[in-house]
Each structure stands twice: as C-alpha cells, then as structure tokens.
Design a protein around this ligand. Structure first.
Ligand code: EAX
Length: 333
C-alpha cells in the first residue's frame, strides 16, 4: 500500500529535517498530527476502498497534511462487527461498513434493512442525506461512535448454486447466508429459506464447500469477491437497499480540533456522491462480466411476489421501529 509507505517516508523525512535543524519546511515533509487507522472488509478494487482513497486524499489536502488516513481493506483488521467494536475501543478509528451488524449496536438502524423500503436509489439518497439519515447517524453518539455519512453498498440480489430463483417459493429449504441482522434473517425465513447469519469472511469458503446454497449481496461485492467461482445463478431481486455508513471512533473525533472535525465530516458527506457513482458504474460493468464468467442472470424475477411475501416482516418490524418513522421514509419524495 503506497500511502502507508509514503506515511513512513514522510515520518523519516520529518525526523531528518528536525535533526538537521530545518524548521518550518514545506508542509509535505511533516508527519501527520492525526493518524487515523481505517479498516473495512472489501477488496482493494471495491468502491468502499476507492471511495476511501478519494476521501483520504481530500482530507489530507484540505487539512494541509495534519490528518492522514491509513487504509486497511480486505478484512486485514477483522470482520465488520469486530471493526465497529474497535471503533468503540478506539483501536480502530474509521470504517465504512454495511448495515449488517449495526442493528446490534444501534437498534433503530435496522429500519434501513426493511425489505423493499426504498423505491429506488434516489429515494434512498433523499432519505439518507436528509434529516432522517442524520438522525440515525447521530444515534451512534451514545455508543462511542461519530456517524459521518452514508456511502453505498447497493441493492442486494440473490445468488445460488443449484437452482435459479425466479419467485419466492424457489427459496424453500435452501440454506442462504444472511448478514448478522435480525430483519434480514426474518425476511429470508419468511420466504421459507434456511436463513443462516454469518460474518462475511466465512461466506466464500462455506459456499465453496457446499455448506451454503446461496447468499445475497450487491453486484460489486459478488464480482470483486469472485462469487462466480462458487455460484451459478444471479437473480436481480433488489430486495433491499444497503447503505454503507462511514463511522468514526468518538475518541478520535473528540481529539480533533473543531476546524479539522468540520473538514472530516463535510468531506465524508461530499465523497458520498462520488462513491455512489463509482458503485453504480461498477454495477453496470460487472453484470456483463459475471455473465462472461458463466453466471446465469435472472433479470426479471417476480419482484412483486417477493415484496408481497416479505410484507409480514415489514409489518412486524414496523411496529418495533415506530410506524411513524417508517411512514416518513416511505412518504419521502
Ligand atoms: O459490506 O456482509 C455483507 O454481506 C456485506 O454486504 C459486505 O460484506 C459488504
């Protein structure tokens, strides 16, 4: 990772400069005042990483090198739940994560996991970038985390090994990995699947060994993790929109002076736009690539039937999160 090497190089140069008594040298040979350890689970070429690289550059430039972000992708520091725990402890400072494990930390976050909550991406952006989204991010405060912004994981689709999924009944009896998330678990149970919660890191091997029949994720995840090697069918159900919150350890946040806090927060919000368009560009390109890799794509599964079949879950959880909040989201235009 060149940015890490560069950080070391900069530190050495700064030491050298100090030793030689060269004071007030150019900003780029100073070591960063705030070194932020960032960690997430996706690969180097996935839009979480691409967005984070852009974010790190902008933050470095706008803070005159005072804030440096060291990116660790590909689960180098653990799965999503562990990383979020790291934020609470202050051992990890920054992440971009799926909502998968977040309901275990902030129960209200589970509202975003309701199947067919958002009509389309612009509906999701409207809600997440407005007062409702900010309200959800602010709920992380009490558990020692500063919620910065919503980036994108994407609309989730179902992949399977043995059987094409066209309608809800096709999932009956299939062992499908879901995120460690009670709404997703309930939704897939409702469809008759054997819904198996599991951290992402174990999924590829479990699919490979036939311990699972399928899973569900956005196209950029399916593609960058090469799920085509272990899955035959991709059914474009789009049953839930997965945002990717960018979260910071409250310990790191509180250490930053307010001018730097402002840059760190505003830049995270600004990069959401870029990161989402990177994600959509990958979706477009990768669908063809997945076909070329031998996957059979079911483009038009019976979405209305999926929505109908998952409705009881919507009703059940709507009661828990407050019908009011759910209605406000549904009615956002
Ligand atoms: O955050 O666990 C999941 O299925 C997530 O969508 C994925 O790892 C990216």
């Amino acid at each position: 990772m060149p940015h890490v090497l560069r950080a070391h190089g900069v530190a050495l140069l700064a030491l050298l400069a100090a030793a030689l008594g060269v004071l007030g040298g150019p900003a780029n040979i100073r070591a960063a005042e705030f070194d932020l350890v960032e960690a997430h689970t996706t690969t180097e070429d996935h839009p979480y990483t691409l967005g984070m690289v852009r974010y790190a550059q902008l933050v470095r430039d706008r803070t005159g090198g005072r804030v440096a972000i060291q990116i660790h992708h590909s689960r180098q520091l653990g799965d999503e739940r562990q990383v979020v725990e790291g934020l609470q402890l202050g051992t990890i400072h920054l992440t971009v994560t799926s909502t998968g494990p977040l309901g275990g930390f902030v129960p209200e976050m589970n509202v975003l996991d309701l199947p067919f909550l958002f009509r389309d991406a612009s509906h999701a952006y409207k809600v997440l970038d407005g007062a409702i989204g900010r309200g959800l991010l602010d709920k992380f405060d009490v558990i020692g985390i500063k919620g910065l912004a919503f980036w994108e994981n994407g609309f989730r689709h179902i992949t399977t090994s043995k059987k094409a999924i066209e309608r809800p009944g096709d999932l009956k009896g299939l062992k499908i990995r879901v995120m460690e998330n009670r709404v997703h678990q309930a939704a897939f149970r409702q469809l008759g699947a054997d819904a198996t919660p599991m951290a992402w890191g174990e999924v590829f091997t479990s699919l490979q060994q036939g311990l699972l029949d399928g899973e569900e994720n956005p196209i950029p995840i399916i593609s960058t993790f090469k799920l085509y090697e272990v899955q035959k069918y991709l059914s474009l159900t789009g049953h839930v929109y997965s945002p990717a919150p960018v979260l910071m350890s409250k310990k790191s946040w509180d250490r930053l002076p307010s001018d730097l806090q402002k840059i760190v927060l505003e830049t995270a919000v600004e990069v959401a736009r870029v990161q989402r368009s990177m994600n959509r560009a990958q979706e477009q390109k990768q669908l063809g690539e997945l076909r070329a890799q031998g996957m059979t794509v079911i483009e038009n599964p019976d979405r209305a039937a999926f929505r109908e079949a998952m409705k009881p879950v919507f009703e059940q959880f709507q009661g828990q999160f407050g019908k009011d909040l759910v209605q406000r989201i549904v009615n956002s235009k």
